[in-house]
Design a protein around this ligand. Structure first.
Ligand SMILES: C[S@@+](CC[C@H](N)C(=O)[O-])C[C@H]1O[C@@H](n2cnc3c(N)ncnc32)[C@H](O)[C@@H]1O
Length: 276
């Protein structure tokens, strides 16, 4: 795995996602969705629909249906598991390092039967061996400092032949410039990640067979283009000076993030793997 020079602990990551829950709810998505969109075409600027499309694509690629028992690792505010339960009729659990997000997820899920949320880490999961037919994750595992340990845990909780389907941020090249480090990596307490090829090797080492590995960097580029534009528009109308400053800074970061993608310092992909 390629690392940047900054190494964040799980506590750094959990604290960051606890402390930013309200900010992201205010700006990014009021129901707590916080993952990359899959856009219909270059002119598409509907982030919320694109984010739903990502969930639909992942559910279909994973083959989740009413008989599935699903674990969402890094579930954040719970949207993906709720989406899966509502649209596919599955049962499931969501796990996240941020207590604030787990609290929000529980409230959002209300009294839906068959789904629950817990606070905990991908590296030490509070579940028995082989209990899940599917483990899913959207844009969360890149944040785990000890990635092999999280892969081993995911492998452990899946039943034999179970499916691991996820989207994740990629670090396509080893050398990361200062600007990308500041606007992409340090911004979300990300120490470093895998390229698309390195990711597959890591999953194979953990006992998975690769079914699908797809580079989708154009979609993460469009996600930040659309969100950056929205932030700038909203900053213009913001009454509160602090909110305006935050949105302008975020919008500037979105420009830098697109440069980082073009320079191969940041990427995004979707993977499906099966437990051997
Ligand atoms: C970018 S958010 C994505 C949230 C959610 N999957 C979604 O699509 O909206 C990343 C999430 O990963 C969680 N996370 C980071 N490291 C984790 C770990 N070691 N174990 C569990 N969750 C983790 C964070 O707390 C955060 O909620």
């Amino acid at each position: 795995m390629s690392m940047t020079s900054h190494v964040y602990t799980e506590k750094d990551v959990g604290d960051f996602f606890d402390q930013t829950t309200a900010t992201y709810l205010n700006f990014w998505d009021s129901e707590g969705v916080l993952h990359t969109g899959y856009f219909a075409d270059d002119a598409d600027e509907d982030y919320r629909a694109a984010a739903e499309r990502t969930s639909d694509i992942m559910a279909a690629e994973a083959g989740i249906d009413g008989s599935s028992h699903v674990l969402d690792v890094g579930c954040g505010c719970g949207n993906f598991l709720i989406h899966l339960a509502d649209r596919r009729g599955c049962r499931g659990e969501g796990l996240d390092l941020s207590e604030e997000r787990v609290k929000f997820a529980r409230e959002l899920a209300g009294d839906r039967p068959g789904i629950g949320f817990r606070h905990g880490s991908a590296t030490q999961m509070p579940y028995g061996d082989g209990g899940f037919s599917h483990v899913v994750s959207q844009d969360a595992l890149f944040l785990v400092p000890d990635k092999p340990r999280s892969h081993a845990e995911i492998h452990r909780v899946l039943r034999p032949g179970g499916v691991f389907a996820f989207s994740d941020f990629l670090q396509p090249k080893k050398e990361i410039g200062e600007r990308a480090r500041r606007h992409v990596y340090d911004r979300v307490r990300w120490s470093g990640g895998y390229s698309l090829v390195e990711y597959q090797a890591a999953l194979e080492r953990a006992g998975f067979e690769i079914i699908l590995a797809r580079n989708l960097e154009s979609h993460i580029r469009q996600t930040y283009r659309v969100l950056g534009k929205t932030a700038r528009e909203r900053a213009e109308g913001a009454q509160d000076a602090a909110a305006r400053a935050w949105m302008l800074a975020f919008s500037d970061s979105c420009e830098e993030i697109q440069v980082a993608i073009d320079q191969g310092e940041f990427g995004w992909g979707i993977f499906v793997a099966r437990k051997r």
